[in-house]
Design a binder for this molecule. Structure first.
Ligand code: ACO
Length: 334
């Protein structure tokens, strides 16, 4: 066994895509028993973006990866691995990673899709980082992309108002200084929560049939109140664990980057962590819950606006169907 230290893993470039079509809360007032006031107060969401009918998830993901390549001034042929995370793949197979690879013309890479619902990006980032840290790969793309507008029942006020579409991608590369980049991660699954948040049909348990369509089993099902409570506990627990084992006090944290599900969930987690709301990244008001894109979209925007700086300690935190939950500690380098 070699005693050589593992490489560290930096986030070295970012890209994103949000659809042009904006759907504000008033849109739902036209046909559902809901109001802009209720949605804003109970969720923090003012508007969300929708992809067009002929734009699948891979459309948004490809745009995000193309922007990343441009930002890094890099040829697609340099990419060695694409880890794509989504709950709305273009098809069950081939993987959406293959579709992106073909769209961008990356000739020297492999890749796969990873399913962990709203924790998808944290699990994918943790996974992608291992290929850099082990020294086997030098350029890994991690991309979260979802078209949630397709799987939320437009007639269900409990769900349709919450979700939006989008994509964002990070490039991972080895760095010189082990005190920077992706420092630590905590990831957990708890299948006992599976029934509280799921898409029942379309898999081998309930294959697509007239009955599954009639019963709306291809849409998101959730027990919102239970998920709310479990999300606060799960996200706070893993975030506090990662802070503790890296000797980080709340004042050392430049930003908490929570999954953007509900502003009340986010405020409750920040409270438990002792992090003030001015240190919490938020864009839920503009995009709603974009599932796997939510965390990287937030980071992209704060970085692009110059609010995220080199040396900042950031704590990423997520919770989603599964249950899946996790937290990553990054010391920012860009
Ligand atoms: N407009 C008006 N009324 C609504 C709406 C709406 N859009 N949606 C729900 N209501 C009603 C409910 O029907 C209920 O009415 P009832 O008492 O007559 O049955 C009432 O509001 C209160 O319902 P609650 O469930 O208590 O409302 P709550 O304040 O908890 O908000 C919500 C519901 C927004 C779904 C919340 O529970 C939530 O955010 N849960 C987390 C779910 C989530 O984000 N899941 C996404 C994936 S997992 C994750 O990302 C963490």
């Amino acid at each position: 066994m070699s005693s050589k230290k593992p490489y560290n893993c930096n986030i070295s470039a970012l890209g994103h895509y949000v659809p042009e079509k904006v759907i504000d809360n008033k849109y739902f007032e036209n046909y559902l028993d809901t109001t802009d006031e209720w949605i804003t107060e109970r969720t923090g969401i003012k508007e969300r973006r929708y992809l067009e009918k002929d734009q699948p998830t891979s459309y948004a993901a490809t745009k995000a990866v193309e922007e990343l390549l441009k930002n890094r001034n890099m040829s697609p042929d340099e990419i060695e691995l694409i880890v794509l995370t989504t709950v709305t793949p273009d098809m069950i197979y081939p993987s959406t990673a293959c579709i992106i690879q073909n769209n961008i013309g990356a000739k020297n890479c492999w890749g796969f899709d990873l399913i962990a619902a709203c924790s998808g990006f944290i699990f994918a980032l943790y996974t992608g980082a291992q290929f850099i840290k082990s020294g086997t790969h030098k350029k890994v793309i991690v991309c979260g992309a979802d078209k949630m507008s397709l799987i939320a029942d437009p007639d269900d006020r409990n769900n349709i108002v919450l979700f939006g579409d989008g994509a964002a991608a990070f490039l991972l590369e080895p760095g010189e200084d082990e005190n920077y980049g992706i420092i630590d991660a905590v990831a957990r699954i708890d299948g006992s929560g599976g029934r509280n948040l799921c898409q029942l049909a379309g898999g081998s348990l309930h294959p697509a049939s007239h009955e599954t369509v009639d019963k709306k089993m291809h849409f998101i099902y959730q027990d919102g109140r239970t998920v709310f409570k479990d999300a606060v506990k799960g996200m706070a627990d893993v975030s506090l664990e990662i802070m503790k084992r890296n000797n980080l006090k709340s004042e050392d944290v430049a930003y908490l980057v929570p999954h953007q599900a509900n502003h009340r969930i986010i405020a409750a987690i920040a409270g438990r962590m002792g992090v003030s709301m001015d240190k919490v990244m938020m864009n839920i008001h503009k995009y709603g819950n974009t599932t796997t894109a939510s965390i990287p979209l937030c980071i992209y925007e704060y970085w692009a606006d110059g609010k995220l700086k080199k040396d900042d300690n950031i704590i990423l935190s997520s919770f989603g169907a599964g249950y899946t939950y996790g937290s990553i500690y990054v010391k920012w380098t860009l």
